[in-house]
Design a binder for this molecule. Structure first.
Ligand code: ZN
Length: 307
């Protein structure tokens, strides 16, 4: 019987692997640096080889779930800017490399993270949205226990909601996108801007990371507190837009920025309450629990759903 499920979270700097047994026990997780320059075909061959080497007996392989930082539809990575990929048929390539019997599930990485968080948590939710606040901002929507991909995989591109704050240019080419303010990159950018215009007292001279800003805010640094509040306002604004469309019961905050924990959640809640006027839609904000393994668990779940 085929039991092993592999999960592969493909990023621009590293490829994370996880192997699960049929009862969702994560047996092992590891990562390998991504060499983007070798191109999609060679990267997919390297992934297949990594799995075959680890699995030893390929007849034990039930399926592989793969997450990519980009738009994905029906097994094809439509566009993944960090990898320089366009229209790569991942499902066809891995089926050729691993055999017809192996289930191949290909999804957007934030979608997989949302599915992983939802199925692994005790959250009783019929409409959950995950924000992954990392280098950029990704999102995933789980409705009635199922991933909502939209018509062709483009649902939950929440990082590009126009929140009408500042005028920073986004990687997508537009301005005022949510991720230009509340991602780790956005938080660093904001802090640097306020340091340069000397509007607030601060002990910070040079900005290294979003964590540094949160740590300073926790000690009462005025500039850092202002930055955290702007990020929390951006998250609240994005949530308000989503709430008016989807009426989610839960918004999970994940990604590196969520390590700020309740300090950030409390500020998001305050800002959300101030915006929640007219049609009032209560939302429960919670921090995600699986950290950077959410995508691996999501890969497992996607294989189970596809298989
Ligand atoms: Zn954008």
């Amino acid at each position: 019987m085929r039991k092993r499920i592999y999960s592969v979270d493909v990023g621009g700097t590293s490829i994370k692997y996880g192997v699960f047994d049929s009862k969702k026990k994560l047996l092992k997780a590891w990562s390998v640096p991504t060499d983007v320059a070798i191109g999609s075909e060679a990267i997919l061959e390297a992934i297949a080889t990594e799995i075959k080497n680890d699995c030893e007996d390929v007849s034990q392989l039930f399926g592989v779930g793969l997450g990519f930082p980009g738009t994905v539809n029906e097994g094809i990575v439509i566009k993944a800017p960090n990898l320089n990929w366009e229209m790569v048929d991942v499902k066809a390539a891995l089926t050729r490399l691993l055999g017809e019997k192996v289930v191949i599930a290909v999804e957007n990485d934030a979608n997989l993270a949302a599915l992983g968080e939802y199925r692994s948590s005790s959250i009783d939710s019929d409409a959950m949205v995950l924000f992954t606040l990392g280098t950029g901002i990704g999102g995933g929507i789980v409705l009635n226990g199922k991933l909502w991909r939209g018509h062709n995989g483009l649902a939950a591109e929440i990082g590009h909601l126009d929140i009408g704050m500042f005028d920073f240019v986004c990687g997508c080419g537009e301005t005022s996108c949510f991720e230009t303010v509340a991602s780790a990159t956005g938080i660093k950018r904001l802090a640097t801007m306020y340091i340069d215009n000397k509007r607030f007292n601060t002990s910070i001279e040079t900005v290294y990371s979003a964590k540094q800003i949160f740590d300073a805010a926790k000690t009462g640094d005025k500039l850092a507190l202002h930055v955290v509040d702007k990020a929390a306002l951006a998250i609240a604004k994005a949530t308000r837009m989503i709430a008016l469309v989807l009426n989610p019961d839960t918004v999970l905050i994940g990604g590196g920025v969520s390590e700020a924990g309740s300090f950030l959640i409390e500020r998001i809640e305050e800002n959300y309450q101030a915006l929640n006027r007219g049609i009032q839609i209560p939302v429960s904000f919670q921090t995600a629990s699986l950290g950077n393994q959410a995508g691996l668990y999501g890969g497992y779940e996607a294989v189970k759903d596809y298989g």
